[in-house]
Write a protein of this length. Structure first.
Length: 74
C-alpha cells in the first residue's frame, strides 16, 4: 500500500505511523473513530489532504486499511 505513494509522502506516512504508537500523539494526529459503514475502523491525518484508515488488532498493534485523500471513504 505504501509502495504506491510518492517517496516524500511515504516518509511522512511512516513518520505519522510511528507517532501513532504513543497515545499522547493521537490528538495531534486527529485520530478518530469513523461512522456509518466504516464504524469499526479509525482514521488519522497525515497532512491536510492525506488520511490513513486503520483498525486496532489489539492494544499494541494496528492494521492499516487504506492511505489516501478523503476519496478513500467512498
Amino acid at each position: 500500500m505504501l509502495k504506491k505513494l510518492e517517496p516524500a509522502l511515504r516518509d511522512e506516512v511512516r513518520e505519522n505511523i510511528a507517532l501513532l504508537e504513543n497515545p499522547a500523539n493521537h490528538q495531534h494526529l486527529r485520530v478518530h473513530k469513523l461512522q456509518g459503514r466504516f464504524g469499526s475502523v479509525f482514521s488519522f491525518s497525515v497532512n491536510y489532504r492525506t488520511r490513513v484508515i486503520f483498525e486496532y488488532e489489539n492494544e499494541s498493534s494496528v492494521i492499516l486499511e487504506a492511505v489516501g485523500s478523503h476519496d478513500i471513504y467512498r
